[in-house]
Design a protein around this ligand. Structure first.
Ligand code: NCD
Ligand code: ZN
Ligand code: ZN
Length: 346
């Protein structure tokens, strides 16, 4: 049995850091493992302008613990009214790496999102010209569509036609959750990749209802079937560079999840790499973790791979029941569980 695993320093290609005191609580968890992260723009109000993304980036850098090197890769939040020249400003800033499509109403803080993707065709065309990546939350939002079918319907009704209209656009299909999404990504020759979260590799939808309703397993897109989960595990552990790490770590204060109308999002930054390691080890594919976590995402975004290494060691440790989150607390993914892998902090 492998007792330690040395990896090139990984990056997180889908992360929610929030802002203010909440951000200061969660940022160290990410920055101690990951060299860079694609930072999601779904703040309140959303980060729709280059100037606000640049200011947000400064706040993140200012909140980093002493001596920690971490590079936030910023994104803009697409709205129906995004001016095309905002894309030029984003590109010129040098710190913005993509624009995020939140279909209006699809997920946390998406009410300002796009109501119909055709409304932003001119913006997408400019992104394709300038090489900015489109990151998508891939779910349709019509009330009539079953929550478990929303990703599949998004592929058929929104993503596939959009990619046909913009064949040069680079797209990351974020936090994929279904066998159909895996097959769709595999069917495309280039320009399309997908991120996969630890929760979608480790759990299926039974987990939300195991012995009662468990709000800390509620995220969007919602956990799917066992067949979907195994397809995701196969994709992540196959060495196919189109699938890479994006935690979608999405902290919400405990009382907003343990609530009659609980928020969507799971917090995984406290143990992200260790959680992925469990999924890869269960699949007998630990040797594929490094590509997924530390290489394929950087290659897709055209950024250098890190030269630094980190080490996971086989050592049991218990995930705490909660962590501080500004003046609140968060319940982390795997609260109370004992994990077999621990990140060694230099
Ligand atoms: C995310 C959040 O809380 O910001 N929640 C989630 O369930 N994944 C938003 C998102 O990524 O869709
Ligand atoms: Zn999302
Ligand atoms: Zn997310």
């Amino acid at each position: 049995m492998t007792d330690s695993l040395t990896l090139r320093r990984p990056d997180d290609w889908h992360l929610h850091l929030r802002d203010g005191a909440a951000m200061a609580s969660v940022l160290p968890h990410t920055a101690r493992q990951f060299g860079r992260a694609i930072v999601m723009p779904n703040l309140k109000p959303p980060v729709t302008q280059t100037a606000s993304a640049v200011a947000y980036r400064e706040r993140i850098l200012a909140a980093l613990p002493e001596g920690v090197r971490f590079e936030p890769l910023m994104t803009l939040y697409l709205t129906d009214n995004m001016p095309v020249d905002e894309i030029d400003r984003a590109r010129d800033s040098g710190v913005i790496f993509g624009c995020k499509l939140y279909p209006a109403g699809a997920t946390t803080h998406s009410d300002a999102g796009v109501t119909d993707i055709r409304k932003i065709d001119a913006v997408l065309a400019r992104m394709a010209e300038l090489g900015l990546t489109l990151q998508v939350h891939g779910e349709v939002t019509h009330e009539a569509v079953d929550i478990f079918d929303r990703e599949q319907r998004f592929i058929d009704e929104v993503l596939a036609p959009c990619m046909q209209r913009h064949p040069k656009l680079k797209v990351v299909f974020e936090h994929i959750t279904t066998r159909s999404a895996v097959e769709f990504v595999r069917s495309k020759p280039e320009g399309l990749a997908a991120t996969i979260t630890p929760q979608h590799l480790l759990y299926n939808r039974n987990e939300i209802f195991r012995g009662g309703i468990r709000p800390h397993f509620y995220c969007l897109p919602i956990l799917k079937t066992e067949s979907d989960r195994t397809a995701l595990v196969e994709a992540a552990t196959s060495g196919d560079p189109r699938f890479f790490l994006g935690t979608d770590s999405a902290p919400h204060a405990r009382h907003t999840k343990e609530n009659a109308c609980g928020c969507a999002g799971m917090y995984s930054a406290h143990a992200a790499l260790e959680l992925y390691a469990i999924a890869f080890e269960q699949a007998g594919a630990l040797e594929f973790l490094e590509g997924f976590a530390s290489e394929f995402g950087a290659d897709f975004y055209g950024l250098p791979r890190h030269e630094e290494r980190i080490r996971l060691i086989r050592r049991d440790w218990a995930i705490p029941a909660s962590y501080h989150f500004g003046d609140d607390e968060i319940v982390p993914m795997g609260a109370g569980l004992t994990l077999p892998w621990k990140l060694e902090i230099a």
